[in-house]
Design a binder for this molecule. Structure first.
Ligand code: ADP
Ligand code: MG
Length: 364
């Protein structure tokens, strides 16, 4: 498929290296064939098509190589959303945040992306000195969690504010983002971001009984806001959203009742709503169901046909999770077979800015 939505599939290495894998074939062209362990003959074979499939031996570097052009386009004024989808334990957090932050080899997409944006920013600064028409950038980040359809600021300056629920505003005033009350932090290097993400993870664990449980029940959103200005006064402002989604396991699989059941239903609803929004956009429907979940409402302005979207669908190779694997692959296939509208550059030319200033002058 083409358009502005890309879907990559990533297969986690098996927990037990001896065990039989459900993966039958991975094509260079993005095809994936899996086999039902209970029907190991022909009709147990299922074929899927994505933009790319990363097998279990793919490194963080391999995965980032194919993500980097998208990340870089943020510096040219495009909005970009990257989602990690999959059942709990399938490797979402590994892909986004990596197994560690001590070496760049361990970095996930979050750290690699920021690293690259700073690199690009420095490069363009250097060219700036040679008086070519390029940008000078300011980069800010914010990090929120959506839990039980409530949004919490994970980087609140006052830790007491972490439990405060943030409201979404449709007009983007204040910090220029739909969350005017969220704390926004300037960052100058990858280290700054790593430190903030550590703080975010600590705050995320606060008030939750078990971290593991919490991360499978909530979405975490790291937003990178880029402001750039070039030598002739052109301005860009764009956002990169890096979203580690809640676990996609179906409610009937989770052995939960009461409050837990309600929670699980919220999650299933918000994930299927994300799929519905992406598909409604692709089909150019007049009604896009953004309001059905906090996640889609938050990302409304960044999804609405003008953004570049990448979804990583994560699966494990184990036979005992085959049912979940198939439902993840089906969801991802649905999303990948659609096409979003033309991306829009969030760039205001000098002419437009001058015109706006003139209009203001006339009104005064
Ligand atoms: P999720 O966030 O989807 O619940 P995790 O990212 O926490 O899953 O991954 C579950 C476990 O599998 C972790 O111990 C993680 O380190 C390991 N893991 C996931 N993906 C990979 C990978 N590509 N290579 C090595 N280990 C992985
Ligand atoms: Mg996780």
């Amino acid at each position: 498929s083409s358009g502005n939505i890309r879907v990559y599939c990533r297969i986690r290495p098996a927990f037990d290296a001896e065990a039989k894998t459900v993966v039958d074939f991975i094509g260079e062209d993005g095809s994936l064939v899996v086999i039902d362990p209970l029907k190991p003959w022909k009709d147990g074979r299922k074929i899927f098509e994505f933009n790319r499939v990363f097998g279990s031996s793919a490194t963080q570097e391999d995965v980032f190589r194919d993500t980097k052009p998208l990340v870089r386009s943020v510096m040219d004024g495009y909005n970009v959303c990257i989602f990690a989808y999959g059942q709990t334990g399938s490797g979402k957090t590994y892909t986004m945040s990596g197994p560690g932050v001590e070496s760049t080899k361990e970095f996930g997409i979050n750290q690699l992306a920021l690293n690259d944006l700073f690199l690009l920013s420095d490069e363009r600064k250097d060219i700036m000195r040679t008086k070519l028409c390029v940008y000078s950038y300011k980069i800010h980040v914010l990090m929120v969690e959506i839990y039980k359809e409530q949004i919490r600021d994970l980087l609140a300056d006052d830790p007491l504010l972490t439990n405060h629920t943030l409201e979404i505003r449709s007009c983007m005033n204040g910090n220029g983002l739909p969350l005017p009350d969220a704390s926004v932090h300037p960052v100058n290097c990858a280290r700054d971001v790593i430190d903030l993400m550590k703080l975010g993870d600590v705050n995320r664990a606060v008030g939750s009984t078990s971290m593991n449980n919490r991360s499978s029940l909530s979405h975490s959103v790291l937003t990178v806001h880029v402001h750039g200005e070039d030598t002739s006064g052109n301005i860009i402002h764009s956002c990169l959203h890096l979203v580690d989604l809640a676990g996609s396991e179906r409610v009937d699989k989770l052995e939960v009742t009461g409050d837990g059941l309600k929670e699980a239903q919220h999650i299933n609803k918000s994930l299927s709503c994300l799929g519905d929004v992406i598909i409604a956009l692709a089909q150019k429907n007049s009604h896009i169901p953004y309001r059905n979940s906090k996640l889609t409402l938050l990302l409304q302005n960044f999804l609405s046909g003008h953004a570049k979207t990448l979804m990583f669908a994560h699966v494990g190779p184990e036979g005992n999770s085959f049912g979940e694997t198939i439902s993840t692959l089906k969801f991802a296939q649905r999303v990948s077979s659609v096409e979003l509208g033309a991306t829009r550059l969030n760039k205001e030319s000098v002419e437009v800015l001058e015109l706006k200033a003139e209009v203001k002058y006339i009104i005064l």
